[in-house]
Design a protein around this ligand. Structure first.
Ligand code: SAM
Length: 207
């Protein structure tokens, strides 16, 4: 997976390659092809992104000071796999999921794989962020919304905090990186992606 799907497509960050080579994807998803080059179904009509997209988002979100000890917010826990990759990199992660059933299953899998101490899974509307542990060095939103929710911008660290999120329509988005410097926010387009919708107060409607 690392050689064929990541390195050949230009993922070069050695820490990210090592983390995706270490975290056992098959322990986060029940599928005959857990390492296939495609998204996979979870419960509740949701999906886990293909390995390349996880690597791309993780590479883009890397704080300039590195991952070790960084406080990171993930919106959209899903299976817990992306959160485990961030924890493997040394981050301290809080991950929000709106579906209680997925959150419970992700907690179980993170416990079983030894990541539970470094990942706190909470249930709620991630478009509101998680102020209790803000500010965050990095925020990864793993569902697509119409714009970056203001609460997430507010909860980014002011001196180089970095957010990565798919922005656009319900069916297709542009993966976008936003860097915060004081009250200035600089955006960068990382390419076209397809994610399930971000549902919430500052996202899409449920229907
Ligand atoms: N990162 C996940 C993983 O590694 O398995 C995959 C995430 S999946 C593509 C998107 C997830 O975002 C779904 O589980 C969905 O329920 C969740 N979601 C959508 N809107 C949300 C919101 N406002 N707050 C929290 N979770 C949300």
């Amino acid at each position: 997976m690392v050689a064929e799907q990541l390195e050949k497509r230009g993922i070069t960050d050695p820490e990210v390659l090592a983390a995706l080579g270490t975290v056992e994807r098959h322990r986060f998803v029940d599928d005959a092809q857990p390492y296939g080059d495609h998204a996979l179904p979870l419960g509740a009509g949701q999906t886990i992104s293909q390995p390349y997209v996880v690597a791309l988002m993780t590479s883009a979100a890397r704080p300039e000071s590195g991952w070790r000890g960084a406080s990171v917010l993930e919106v959209g826990t899903g299976s817990g796999y992306q959160a485990a990759v961030l924890a493997e990199l040394g981050a301290s992660v809080v991950s929000i999921e709106r579906h209680a059933s997925l959150a419970a299953e992700a907690r179980r899998r993170l416990q079983a794989t030894g990541f539970a101490e470094r990942v706190e899974v909470v249930i709620g509307d991630g478009t509101l962020g998680w102020p209790a542990r803000a500010p965050y060095r990095a925020i990864l939103v793993t569902a697509g919304g119409p714009k970056v929710p203001q609460p997430l911008l507010d909860q980014l660290e002011a001196d180089g905090g970095r957010l990565v999120m798919p922005i656009g329509e319900r069916e297709h988005q542009q993966l976008t990186q936003v860097d915060r410097w004081g009250e200035e926010f600089r955006s960068r387009d990382l390419g076209a992606v397809v994610f399930v919708p971000l549902i919430g107060e500052h996202g899409h409607s449920a229907t």
